[in-house]
Each structure stands twice: as structure tokens, then as C-alpha cells.
Design a protein around this ligand. Structure first.
Ligand code: 5RP
Length: 228
């Protein structure tokens, strides 16, 4: 089976009926949403969900997963999402698919963030993948300069011949830092630049990273013990 699908299948085991579930974005989260949809359809699971992107919300609605807005929900019980990189401390780079702000606000309101990846995403140090930073379009040029002065090579993400627009109508600047040894420090420096909405460093947020391997293995890296 596809390693992304293997990881998704293990993650979905953490969901119980009655939970509010955060739905991630990307080709790995896609499989988790499909599997949740199957369980909702067969009535094995009764859940409410909140999505981290318009495309995940559309997929969930098509599968009959009830979508709720932030207003009126308490805590999100579990969010299942992908990542572009995960290090040994379960710190992450996210946002390759452009949904980092929504992913972070959903994750930060979740009791548990479960990350699903294939083995290629497991790294010793974050940073080979350029760090996505969501910025407000007004004044983006100044933010671009300031990001560069933090020691990266910044690149305004494009969609054909125009700047890529997030679901929040913002731009993304992809920042090639090389290896990042102090992700929490860098996270705070980036977010202190006026015009930055959020950056794709998720430090200390993931409780579990589930990795699928080409040989069919699934490994669970956990900040807490796995469910019994
Ligand atoms: C989207 C994300 C994705 O989770 C990340 O890009 C991984 O995507 P994929 O599972 O397709 O490799 O952060 O903004």
C-alpha cells in the first residue's frame, strides 16, 4: 500500500465517535479524510469536522462528513494532518500545500495533533524544505527583505504568472534557510515581522508522528504513549 495511505489508516484509529476532528490538507491528509468518510458512511463513526483548507472541506462535504465552523465548537479533539518535514523532536515544517495558517489555527485549538507522513519526510534537522511564510499582500516587499535578512533565500510563491494566493487571500514567501538548528527561536523572529500572518514551523505541537514506509511498515513516534 502507498506509505501515505498506510500512515493515514493508522491515524484514523485514534478517532472515536463523538469527537470533533480537524482535517488536514495535502496528499497524505487526503487519505485520512477518505477513510473518515468511509467510516461515517458506514455509521462506524459519528464525528464533526473542521477543515484546514477549502479543498479539504469540499472533499469532506462530498463524503458526507459534517463540517462545523469554529464558532460554537469547544476544543477540537484530534487533528490529522500531513507535513513537509518532521524532525526527531516532532517539530515540523508545514505549508507546502499553502494551508499553513489554517493548519496552525486548527492545530493550536486541538487537544492532539497527529501528523501523517511517508518516510521521505523524516529528517534529522528541519530546513531542507524551504520554510513557507504566509504574508499580507500589502507591503510584502518589505517583509521579503526582512525575511532575507534573517539568513534565508526568500522566494515569492507563484501560481502561473501571478503570486500564489492562500485561502485567506495572502501571499506565501518560501524561505530557503538550510538546516534550522533552533526552530523555536526562528519561529518567534519570523512572526515578529509586521506583515507576517504565520510561518510553517510547528514547534512542540505534534503529539504523534505516524510514518508509512515503502516496505509496508508503519512507525509511530510519540510524545505520549499510543492508544491501547
Ligand atoms: C499543506 C501542508 C501539507 O500537510 C504538507 O504540504 C504535506 O503535504 P503532502 O501530504 O501532500 O506531502 O502543510 O499546507
Amino acid at each position: 500500500m502507498d506509505p501515505k495511505r498506510l500512515a493515514a489508516s493508522k491515524a484514523v484509529e485514534y478517532i472515536k465517535s463523538g469527537m470533533t476532528v480537524g482535517l488536514g490538507t495535502g496528499s497524505t491528509a487526503y487519505w485520512a479524510i477518505e477513510m473518515i468518510g468511509e467510516k461515517v458512511k458506514s455509521k462506524e463513526l459519528q464525528v464533526k469536522a473542521i477543515a484546514t483548507s477549502k479543498r479539504s472541506e469540499e472533499q469532506a462535504r462530498d463524503l458526507g462528513i459534517p463540517i462545523v465552523p469554529f464558532a460554537g465548537i469547544g476544543q477540537i479533539d484530534i487533528t490529522i494532518d500531513g507535513a513537509d518535514e518532521a524532525d526527531e523532536k516532532l517539530n515540523l515544517i508545514k505549508g507546502g500545500g499553502g494551508a499553513l495558517f489554517r493548519e496552525k489555527i486548527v492545530a493550536s485549538n486541538s487537544l492532539q495533533l497527529i501528523i501523517i507522513v511517508d518516510e521521505s519526510k523524516l529528517v534529522k534537522h528541519l530546513g531542507k524544505f524551504p520554510l513557507p511564510v504566509e504574508v499580507v499582500p500589502f507591503g510584502w516587499e518589505k517583509v521579503f527583505e526582512k525575511l532575507g535578512s534573517l539568513g534565508c533565500l526568500p522566494n515569492l510563491r507563484q501560481d502561473k504568472d501571478k503570486p500564489y494566493l492562500t485561502d485567506n487571500s495572502n501571499y506565501i514567501i518560501d524561505c530557503a534557510f538550510g538546516e534550522i538548528y533552533a526552530p523555536a527561536v526562528l519561529h518567534n523572529k519570523i512572526n515578529s515581522i509586521v506583515g507576517v500572518v504565520e510561518n510553517g514551523l510547528f514547534v512542540g505541537m505534534a503529539k504523534v508522528v505516524i510514518a508509512g514506509f515503502e516496505n509496508g511498515e508503519v512507525k509511530i513516534f510519540s510524545a505520549n504513549p499510543a492508544p491501547g
